[in-house]
Ligand binder design. Structure first.
Ligand SMILES: *Cc1c(COP(=O)(O)O)cnc(C)c1O
Length: 461
């Protein structure tokens, strides 16, 4: 015990100058809990042979460090230089300015969310998006829930609970996380009837499977993979002929579901929501934070009677959106009314459509300065070509030619170590490791200064 005598008691520390300063910054309870663990660690260190006076002397700075670390949010902005524009683990779409302002407004003020300003009666929160979605997709009606997984779950449960849904074996997707279509169908209370084979499904497979217990046919956009070679799938218009004749609805899960033909921005055509509606899908579902570039949400558009049934489903209440995201989504959808300026205003599209030459010029612009910053630490920096991707299961087999900075260090494990140090910066930088180097893809870097500022915080190893 004698060895601990140099350590202060909790009360003594609270009264000390260091203690009073830390109370001012962090508050008394946070300080006491950090202090208790710091004292426990200090006793442990002394038992292990550390000098008692040294341990006691470093106690205030140790406590301050712990409190600072606890006060810093893990949810701080990072620089996404992975080359994956819609990175699910980094929060997918970055919102447009107008959407950020709308979300801010919704956070700061009461708003007429479910309130009819004309007659003072009750409104529906979805009404704010309904008209825009109808205009942008050509659908009769629309509603919105927490994300597209929820949209699929809710649509299946509403249309098919206790009955059968027919799906091609080539479309029984898993999209990462725990979203596997067969599991979602089971949770929706729908019996899955698989038709066709992994690589080939024909119209007669669907037609032959439809029976008295069939509640719907589900078509799923194979958004994160493509089956190539000897394949056959039934296009939506042909499926519509089959489902219409049988009198069962067709639900088309589009995944990303773009609202515009992306080929006008130099990207590959993805099926648009408007096309899916025009082809005759009774319902279509898609995400709000993939190619659409908005907040996390799942949209369901289609037949008025089916949307009304979905809105009446008690599960809907459990899956509904909050006011902040509704405000952000309304502002995002509004941008789509002016496609000519969309690329300028929607970060997702701006990043996806950035020409490789422009990114290469940015790499040239940055390489010397970054090399100078990192040279004292033994890192070699060169400009390089690389390949970006859309991410989140959008445009799955396409890569987008891009450019970046390649940072090489000494020794075999250097890229891992460098990548870890970049992630630990006050503004974390997330890159990719490729061929023994860290590659920072500059596609999503809007502002050169942010990268340079972030790198300046890198100390010598
Ligand atoms: C991404 C995706 C989903 C899930 O959408 P979230 O908005 O991530 O919940 C469902 N179906 C398909 C085909 C998808 O690509």
């Amino acid at each position: 015990m004698t060895g601990f005598r140099a350590l202060p008691s909790v009360d003594q520390f609270l009264l000390s100058e260091a203690g009073r300063g830390l109370i001012d910054t962090h508050g008394r309870s946070a300080l006491i809990s950090a202090l208790r663990s710091a004292l426990a660690q200090a006793r442990e260190a002394i038992r292990a042979g550390a000098g008692c006076d040294d341990v006691a002397a470093s106690l205030p700075s140790r406590v301050a460090e712990m409190l600072d670390a606890q006060a810093a949010s893990e949810l701080r902005p990072v620089l996404n230089l992975t080359g994956t524009v819609l990175h699910t683990n980094l929060g997918r779409a970055v919102l447009a300015e107008s959407a950020i302002e709308a979300a801010h407004m919704a956070m700061a003020h009461p708003l007429a969310l479910e309130f009819d300003l004309e007659d003072g009666g009750r409104g529906q929160r979805e009404d704010h998006l309904r008209e825009l979605l109808r205009e942008l997709t050509g659908a009769e009606d629309a509603t919105v829930v927490n994300n597209n997984a929820a949209a699929v779950l809710l649509a299946l449960n509403t249309l098919g609970s206790g009955r059968e849904a027919i799906v091609s074996r080539g479309e029984l997707i898993e999209i990462g996380g725990a979203f596997r279509l067969p599991d979602i169908m089971a949770r929706a209370g729908v019996r899955l009837i698989e038709v066709g084979t992994t690589n080939r499904t024909h119209a007669h497979d669907y037609a032959g499977a439809i029976g008295p217990d069939t509640a719907l046919v589900l078509k799923v956009h194979t958004s994160n993979y493509r089956i190539e070679g000897f394949t056959a799938a039934v296009p939506a218009p042909a499926l519509v002929r089959i489902t219409r004749e049988a009198g069962v609805p067709l639900l088309n899960d589009l995944g990303s579901g773009s609202l515009l033909d992306l080929s006008r921005f130099g990207l590959r055509r993805e099926p648009t929501v408007r096309e899916a509606v025009a082809e005759g899908a009774d319902l279509a579902t898609f995400s709000g934070d993939k190619l659409l570039g908005g907040a996390q949400a799942g949209f369901i558009v289609g037949r008025r009677d089916l949307i009304a049934a979905i809105d009446r489903n008690p599960l809907k209440r459990a899956l509904r959106l909050d006011k902040i995201r509704i405000a952000a989504l309304e502002a995002t959808l509004r941008l789509y009314r002016d496609p000519d300026r969309l690329q300028q205003q929607l970060p997702t599209l701006r990043h996806l459509a950035r020409p490789a030459v422009e990114i290469a010029a940015q790499a040239q612009r940055l390489v010397t300065e970054v090399a100078t910053l990192l040279a004292p630490q033994g890192f070699r920096v060169t400009a390089c070509q690389c390949e970006s991707q859309a991410g989140s299961g959008a445009l799955p087999v396409d890569t987008l030619p891009s450019a970046g900075l390649r940072i090489e260090g000494e020794g075999g494990d250097a890229p891992d170590r460098l990548a870890a140090r970049l992630r630990a910066l006050p503004i974390p930088i997330v890159g990719r490791i490729r061929d023994g180097a860290v590659v920072l893809d500059l596609r999503c870097l809007d502002d050169d200064a942010r990268l340079l500022d972030a790198l300046r915080a890198l100390d010598a190893p």
